[in-house]
Design a protein around this ligand. Structure first.
Ligand code: OFO
Length: 170
């Protein structure tokens, strides 16, 4: 095995976090589709985000296995607040932003561990996740800021939904 047990444990823990993120965004997307049927921008953004998180999980699985470990999938879903309804879009995006911040701090800890273990391959692998978290935190904060500005004004939310349709990650 090219990765230490500690690194493997950390990466496996992270793949579960990515799976939880995917499930969280899936449940958020479904709620928006149900409550705000016409808001395709926000709804598709959340469904896409859920798919993206699943791809992050796959990235971790493939890396662990490639480095001689075994990414046995252990479903441990107790880390997220399993809400299926929200008081408002603002509350939903607040949760989403908080969640991304939590994931970022977990990635930070993993990076720290890779340095401590002198595993520069994993350190290098994790840089992709660091970049991704910067993008995701920025994007979710931007959306939250806009929603905070708008409040529950339906007309403005409609325009925001149209903007989100055009949001593209650089
Ligand atoms: Fe996996 O990128 Fe956000 O959480």
């Amino acid at each position: 095995m090219f990765i230490s047990n500690k690194i493997q444990k950390g990466l496996k823990n992270q793949l579960n976090r990515e799976l939880e993120s995917s499930q969280l965004y899936l449940s958020m997307a479904s709620w928006v589709e149900h409550e705000y049927g016409g808001f395709e921008g926000i709804c598709n953004f959340l469904y896409d985000h859920s798919d993206e998180e699943r791809r992050h999980m796959l990235k971790l699985i493939r890396y662990i296995n490639k480095r001689g470990g075994y990414a046995d999938i252990f479903f441990d879903n107790n880390h997220i607040n399993n809400k299926t309804t929200y008081g408002s879009l603002k509350e939903l995006f607040q949760k989403l932003f908080e969640h991304e911040k939590k994931i970022s701090s977990e990635i930070n800890l993993l990076v720290e561990l890779s340095l401590k273990e002198k595993d520069y391959f994993t350190y290098n692998f994790l840089q992709w996740f660091v970049e991704e978290q910067i993008e995701e935190e920025t994007l979710s904060k931007t959306i939250l800021d806009k929603i905070q500005l708008i409040g529950e004004n339906k007309g403005c939310l409609y325009l925001l939904d149209r903007d989100i349709k055009n949001f593209q990650k650089k």
